[in-house]
Design a protein around this ligand. Structure first.
Ligand code: GH3
Ligand code: MG
Ligand code: MG
Ligand code: MG
Length: 316
């Protein structure tokens, strides 16, 4: 016999176990000058499974963020600390991390309401007044973490192609243009490699649309395996891919394009006990021009020539 209250209790337990498991990937930085206050906060957070880091002042907090910022998702920040106060620290952190990337919860003591408002204005996502009830502390921490997780999941979904998990064209427009500007400023090379599968319609005709999807996924995986971590590889269109490679000269870009072409040409796609080969036409440019868009346009012209002159080749 389970009554309604029991059910919600069970549900609560199951959810928190799940939550605790996920929290192992969430890094929390506790910044407080008081050793005992830090120990108390860390003990509370430890119960919920968070990965913990601590700093005794603003300078050490900034140093930790510089060294391990990619592992820190939430910062709990005391207001009164020697050297740098909480508001100053929050202001400095916000120069590098936006509210949706790093969540900050300010902490101030009872009776200093104006400080909470100032912490929020400086960029804190939330605040908590001490002394607090543990329930309130957990609700604020967990809700803020859940919110930035959700935003990051949505950002991730908005930037990726669901079929191949490669970046999509929307991401290329933002990140690619930033690489272009960085290359121009730094006088460094940039390569744009545009690829289109040859006669892909035949694949769909033979294997159906689902089979075609499977082939696209395998091609994406093969291309990804040859790209460097600093390259942006995107699904540019249905059976078109684009790779933007940093710090490459003309010769290297062509060699990379040739590697990608050969990688696909060497594959065999087997579905329903039938195997087929597939080739790739590639257009390359390293002429920086005025924008990434212009480079894409030039690579597209080169790709068109690759198609016109017989496919399965690289044209630069
Ligand atoms: P070529 O590029 O060599 O000129 O020939 P093609 O047959 O590849 O050219 P075209 O651009 O005319 O056709 C591309 C085909 O790719 C048409 C479309 O059905 C297929 N396609 C596009 N997106 C997808 C997709 O997401 N899944 C599957 N299965 N097929 C797709
Ligand atoms: Mg203090
Ligand atoms: Mg096409
Ligand atoms: Mg094609």
């Amino acid at each position: 016999y389970i009554n309604k209250d029991n059910l919600s209790e069970i549900d609560h337990v199951v959810r928190s176990v799940e939550r605790i498991h996920r929290n192992r990937n969430i890094g929390v930085l506790v910044v407080d000058d008081s050793t005992s206050a830090r120990a108390y906060l860390m003990a509370l957070l430890h119960r919920y499974g968070y990965r913990l880091l601590e700093a005794k002042d603003g300078q050490s907090a900034l140093k930790l963020l510089e060294e391990r910022g990619d592992q820190i998702h939430l910062m709990l920040c005391d207001q009164h600390m020697p050297g740098m106060d909480g508001i100053t620290l929050i202001t400095r952190v916000r120069q590098h991390y936006c509210r949706t990337r790093l969540c900050i919860i300010g902490m101030s003591n009872h009776g200093s309401g104006i400080l909470s408002a100032r912490q929020l204005k400086a960029g804190a996502n939330d605040f908590i007044t001490r002394p607090f009830l543990e329930e309130e502390f957990f609700v604020r921490v967990n809700q803020n973490v859940a919110l930035i997780e959700l935003i990051q999941e949505m950002e991730n979904a908005a930037n990726h192609d669901p079929l191949t998990s490669l970046f999509n064209r929307r991401y290329l427009a933002d990140a690619g243009q930033m690489l272009h500007e960085a290359a121009r400023r730094g006088g460094r090379g940039l390569g744009v490699i545009l690829m289109d599968l040859d006669f892909f319609k035949h694949i769909n005709d033979r294997f159906g649309h689902f089979g075609g999807d499977e082939v696209l996924t395998q091609v994406a995986k093969a291309l990804k395996a040859r790209a460097r971590a600093s390259d942006i590889l995107v699904r540019y269109g249905g059976e078109e891919f684009c790779l933007v490679a940093q710090d490459v000269d003309h010769k290297t870009a062509i060699a990379l394009a040739e590697t990608l072409r050969q990688a696909v040409a060497s594959m065999e796609f087997c579905l329903d006990s039938e195997c087929v080969k597939l080739t790739l036409s590639v257009g390359v440019t390293t002429r920086l021009g005025s924008s990434l868009e212009q480079m894409l346009h030039e690579a597209d012209n080169a790709l068109y020539q690759a198609k016109e002159s017989g496919r399965n080749r690289v044209v630069a």
